[in-house]
Design a binder for this molecule. Structure first.
Ligand SMILES: Cc1cc2nc3c(=O)[nH]c(=O)nc-3n(C[C@H](O)[C@H](O)[C@H](O)COP(=O)(O)O)c2cc1C
Length: 186
């Protein structure tokens, strides 16, 4: 039996999503938040979108900086997602409070998160409102990838990295590398 709902409240049935830590630096303010709503948009040029509510401090910082970084962490760093995703830069300096280690970007001013297994440096190419979130479209200018995290084709090495996935409502999970299959059509 399927339940059909027409009053849609917690719209998270399509999860799990990989958790990205998204943030930027504007003048001397550096702030990151957890972000589940993100997507690649184009290979050429490489465009990556993040959906950020207008209520977030990160929204202000990225809007001013006109750039941002997207950082993916492994499941053992789940606490950092909860810290950056349940506390706000309006109330505290999260980087200082949670001792987030940062690295200098190659092209933009905003830093990447050191412990991420992969980070993107993005320059804002477009901002579009969709309901209560704004889509920040970034042109990816540089990718920082931890050695051995990806094969030469850019496929995640699941023997090494267990990406952090979000199920919604503060539940997290990761992948089972034993379920890996390489499948081609007959
Ligand atoms: C795992 C996770 C994923 C989240 N995904 C998003 C998202 O995609 N977009 C968004 O606007 N907020 C998202 N949030 C909420 C923000 O991360 C949260 O409100 C954060 O405290 C905002 O911090 P800030 O005010 O410093 O920007 C998410 C929270 C968690 C825990």
């Amino acid at each position: 039996m399927k339940r059909i709902k027409t009053k849609i409240e917690k719209f998270q049935h399509f999860y799990p999503y990989t958790v990205a830590l998204v943030g930027a630096q504007s003048e001397n303010q550096i702030n990151f938040m957890a972000c589940a709503w993100h997507t690649s948009l184009s290979f050429d040029p490489p465009l990556f979108g993040v959906l950020v509510s207008k209520k977030r401090f990160t929204h202000q910082v990225i809007s001013k900086a006109r750039e941002f970084t997207v950082n993916f962490i492994s499941a053992d760093r789940v606490k950092l997602s909860a810290q950056l995703g349940r506390k706000s830069g309006f109330d505290m300096d999260k980087v200082k409070e949670f001792q987030v280690k940062l690295s200098t970007s190659k092209i933009i001013q905003s830093p990447v998160i050191e412990e991420a297994y992969v980070s993107f440096e993005c320059k804002v190419a477009d901002i579009r409102p969709y309901g209560d979130h704004d889509l920040f479209v970034g042109e990816v200018l540089a990718i920082h990838e931890e050695e051995k995290s990806f094969d030469p084709e850019g496929v995640l090495n699941t023997g090494k990295i267990h990406p952090l996935l979000y199920l919604g409502s503060d539940f997290y999970i990761t992948i089972n590398p034993d379920s890996l299959k390489h499948v081609l059509p007959d």
